[in-house]
Design a protein around this ligand. Structure first.
Ligand code: SIN
Ligand code: MN
Length: 206
């Protein structure tokens, strides 16, 4: 466990192997109904290297025409996002310290070459509620900076079953994923390997 004065917490091994296996199956059963899609940057339309879908009442997405936003339906199927598994609601209850449940669970799938550039989660009206995320599958090198883009950063490895909480000041800190370590985990089913799934829980509306 790592905890900083800024409210960043890394709960290593929060989910044991059996709990990870159950969570993966609960998530993939839902992803089968709300398939991963390729998000794209606003304006340029440049594709992101991760593929995404969402669970819960709202989902974060981005595409060339609409930019970053939350919406209540899948962009390809048009259906509402599937519900969040109870285990994720329980996780939020246990670690967020926030009275209301999460409204969005972004599902990111990182293939062997995927990464996520440094960014701040800033598309939520709910600016105080923490962001809680779960790592499943291959290990990632996660990078955490500060409030300014140009500030110093530190990296930490996130392993399958780890939970990160961006609370307090760290809620508005830059962060990203430099790389994953392909084949470092045997958790995910073969069709999803090498790869990493990250689940990010957020409050969206105040
Ligand atoms: C994100 O910031 O959206 C994802 C972080 C992660 O994959 O660990
Ligand atoms: Mn983020």
């Amino acid at each position: 466990m790592i905890e900083t004065a800024d409210g960043f917490r890394l709960l290593t091994g929060y989910f044991d192997r059996d709990a990870q296996t159950r969570l993966v199956s609960d998530v993939l059963e839902r992803v089968a109904r709300a398939p991963l899609y390729q998000p794209a940057m606003p304006r340029t339309g440049k594709p992101l290297s991760v593929r995404m879908t969402n669970l819960g009442p709202l989902g974060w997405m981005t595409d060339k025409a609409g930019g970053y936003r939350y919406q209540d339906h899948h962009p390809v199927t048009g259906n509402p996002w599937p519900d969040m598994p109870d285990s994720l609601l329980d996780l939020w209850g246990a670690v967020s310290g926030w009275p209301d449940p999460p409204q969005a669970c972004l599902v990111n799938w990182y293939g062997p070459d995927a990464r996520m550039g440094l960014h701040v989660d800033a598309d939520e009206d709910a600016r105080e509620a923490p962001v809680v995320s779960v790592s499943l599958g291959d290990t990632a090198r996660f990078r955490l900076g500060g409030p300014e883009r140009k500030g110093s950063t530190q990296s930490v490895r996130l392993h399958s079953g780890d939970v990160v909480v961006l609370g307090g000041a760290s809620r508005h800190f830059h962060h990203g994923v430099d790389r994953i370590y392909p084949e470092s985990s045997t958790l995910l089913p073969e069709d999803w390997r090498p790869g990493r799934i990250n689940l990010t829980l957020r409050r969206v509306r105040d």
